[in-house]
Design a protein around this ligand. Structure first.
Ligand SMILES: [Cu+2]
Length: 108
């Protein structure tokens, strides 16, 4: 009974991914998360503004976590499909300077 309740609780709570930004790189809290509801949080530890965009490889939708000032944070709730996602900062020149990466969304 308790196991069932815990399983339901696990299903109800979204997966979380924290992405820390700095000049000029991202650090991810985990390399993969389970498909379904997710909260992606951008935390800016840098001295410049940064944002976060990500898209599933082969997908068409680009998710946007808006520009955050130094010390700021922002988050986005989304329902993610399984696959590999590419992420990047859209501020001029930041992607080329190293602000990009990938993460994996795996089937539960
Ligand atoms: Cu940036």
């Amino acid at each position: 009974m308790i196991a069932t309740a815990l399983a339901l609780l696990a299903l109800a709570s979204p997966a979380r991914l924290q992405v820390s930004a700095d000049e000029f790189s991202y650090t991810l809290s985990r390399p993969s998360l389970v498909a379904g509801p997710a909260i992606v949080e951008l935390v800016n530890y840098g001295e410049d503004a940064h944002d976060l965009r990500f898209r599933r490889v082969g997908g068409t939708r680009t998710y946007v976590v808006g520009k955050t000032r130094p010390g700021g944070r922002a988050e986005l709730e989304a329902r993610l499909l399984p696959g590999r996602f590419a992420l990047w900062c859209s501020l001029p020149d930041h992607r080329r300077r190293g602000m990009s990466g990938t993460f994996l969304v795996r089937r539960s």
